[in-house]
Ligand binder design. Structure first.
Ligand SMILES: CC1(C)Nc2nc(N)[nH]c(=O)c2N=C1O
Length: 159
């Protein structure tokens, strides 16, 4: 069994409702157990600014699925929510990104762990630190060190 951390993000349609529905989907499906969710946060887009603000959250859970099977499961849920990604770093209906699987460090065509954007995304680090304040990343860095080292966008806690 593995302990996983998954980032959720949305900025099309009704992102708050989308994340709430996605959290219900993740909690009710067979793949994840002991699911815990962070608060929801609103933030300005990182990257192209000509798009709506994002709503982000992070969940932690345990799973029997291997990483690529978990990726398949999450991508199926993204499709279920009508995943639209019109351009790279453009607006999207729902993103489900695997951040961490235990202390696994691996790079493959489909999946890099830990998520390569983790350390520079406050919209990931802040909710992650809410869930796991004492987390130590596979490279030995603590989440608190990471959180202190990054400038904070205007992350606003929604719920
Ligand atoms: C386009 C890019 C990099 N910017 C983002 N910016 C924010 N604030 N939140 C996201 O989830 C997000 N996702 C992305 O993929």
């Amino acid at each position: 069994m593995a302990k996983v951390y998954i980032a959720l993000g949305a900025n099309l349609g009704d992102p708050v409702q989308t994340l709430k529905d996605a959290l219900l989907e993740l909690a009710s499906g067979p793949a994840l157990q002991q699911l815990r969710a962070s608060s929801l946060y609103r933030s300005k887009p990182m990257g192209p600014a000509d798009q709506p603000d994002y709503v982000n959250a992070v969940v932690t859970a345990t799973t029997e699925l291997e990483p690529l099977a978990l990726l398949d499961y999450l991508q199926a849920i993204e499709q279920q929510f009508g995943r639209q990604r019109l351009r790279h770093w453009g607006p999207r209906t729902l993103d489900l990104d695997i951040l961490l699987v235990d202390d696994l460090v691996s790079t493959s065509e489909r999946l890099t762990l830990p998520h390569p954007g983790l350390s520079e995304r406050d919209f990931v680090v802040v909710p992650l630190a809410e869930l796991a304040p004492t987390l130590v990343l596979p490279n030995g860095q603590t989440l608190q060190q990471l959180k202190q080292s990054m400038q904070h966008h205007d992350l606003v806690k929604i719920s």
